[in-house]
Design a protein around this ligand. Structure first.
Ligand code: F3S
Length: 399
């Protein structure tokens, strides 16, 4: 791989042992994937935050980094942690877990990383720009950055996104290169795709069948970001699909080279029904509703608020929404949040249903409108999940 003098110096340890190791990681990943050079990045989104997913080994990694007092060199943001950083006791998190989680966040903060703790940085003012090379790691954020904003990122691992955030470079391979961003499959959407869970079902269906292959969707009419994020998240979960195009909507769709398309498939009412049917597992009463995968926007929250009206969440059911703290802790949202809490809806921030341990540990029968959440919560058989539309969920759990 060609390295500039500055990059070679970093690799040779002239800026310390930690920078050398991190540069080596980025170079090695690039070499394995056929990159011939490193390219500068504009920003990074870093996963590997929840103590539930990273465990104690992360502390020896931090020790290595803190010896050289390394800091990020580009704006960098964190993925969700394993708990709401303020209301963790209410969630059922233990003190031991909380202490470890706080320590992890402090380490990241010391490196200059903004503790956004969300998988939707684009909802809190961190939208990537068209053509920007970035190093993002949460799979739904990656697909939205590529597809909705036209930025360029591979799905980085936690360590590689952190390495790129610190050295300021990533390797030029995969979705950083124009030729790898073209669709191979056209999907004709021949059934109504209206609400969040429909978008989620389409994404889940596609990812499960066409692992890692970039699709070009035709026939999707409404493409609000809140809906498209459900599509991207589900595709990324079931099929590691990190980029997609939607005819007449996503920024690369009009110009993209269609010559590589090898297959045209239909998504019709029976495919949609089949996907919902796959996550129709809750036979007894639900004990938990989880909304906000990816993290809920204010509009999502307002929709729930207005649907509920005077209704209350039924006794015995917990209703949790996950959202970014920067989004909801503003004065004009306080009234809505208070009203929702009085009706039995809790809005937790900084975490989500998948990266917190308490959903697995304390609940069994779960309702959600997110196929990504359904996929991860049912993967090891711990939880049973029904995938439903938001209105079906609200109808069944409120009175
Ligand atoms: Fe975000 Fe957690 Fe879902 S990180 S995309 S809410 S699994």
């Amino acid at each position: 791989m060609f390295l500039t003098k500055e990059q070679q110096n970093m690799l040779d340890g002239e800026q310390g042992h930690a920078i050398a190791k991190l540069t080596n990681l980025v170079v090695k990943i690039g070499e394995v994937n056929g990159a011939t050079r490193l390219i500068p990045i504009k920003n990074a989104q870093i996963a590997g935050v929840s103590y539930f997913t990273v465990g104690d080994p992360i502390f020896s990694f931090f020790d290595m980094l803190s010896k050289d007092k390394v800091k990020v060199s580009v704006p960098s943001w964190l993925n969700p942690a394993g708990m709401d950083m303020e209301r963790w006791e209410e969630m059922g998190i233990t003190r031991n877990f909380a202490e470890k989680q706080i320590k992890i966040i402090q380490h990241y903060k010391k490196m200059g990383i903004e503790t956004t703790l969300t998988c939707t940085p684009y909802l809190i003012g961190h939208q990537p720009k068209f053509g920007d090379h970035i190093a993002w790691s949460e799979s739904s954020a990656v697909s939205i950055a590529n597809a909705y904003y036209g930025a360029r990122t591979n799905r980085e691992g936690g360590p590689s996104s952190l390495a790129s955030a610190i050295i300021g470079y990533t390797a030029n391979y995969g979705l950083h290169r124009e030729e790898n961003r073209v669709p191979r499959i056209v999907v004709n959407v021949k059934t109504s795709i209206d609400n969040f869970s429909d978008f989620s079902a389409l994404g889940y269906w596609y990812g499960e069948r066409f692992h890692g292959v970039i699709p070009y969707f035709k026939g999707i009419k409404s493409t609000h970001l809140d809906k498209v994020k459900m599509l991207g998240a589900a595709m990324a979960a079931s099929g590691s699909v990190a980029h997609f195009h939607i005819e007449n909507h996503t920024p690369e769709a009009r110009e993209v080279n269609m010559n590589q398309v090898t297959e045209i498939v239909d998504f019709d009412a029976s495919e949609k029904q089949h996907t919902y049917g796959h996550f129709n597992q809750v036979k007894e009463d639900a004990d938990l509703v989880v909304i906000g995968c990816p993290h809920a926007s204010l509009e999502d929250i307002k929709t729930i608020h207005s649907f509920l009206g005077e209704r209350l969440i039924k006794e015995g059911i917990k209703f949790w929404i996950f959202s970014p703290h920067n989004l909801i802790k503003t004065d004009n949202t306080k009234n809505i949040l208070t009203a929702l809490e009085e009706k039995g809806v809790k809005i937790f921030t900084d975490t989500c249903m998948v990266v917190t341990p308490v959903v697995r540990e304390n609940y069994q029968n779960i309702l959600t409108n997110s196929a990504k959440a359904a996929f991860y919560l049912t993967r090891d058989g711990t939880n049973k999940v029904n995938l439903l539309s938001l209105s079906e969920i609200l109808e069944s759990v409120s009175e």
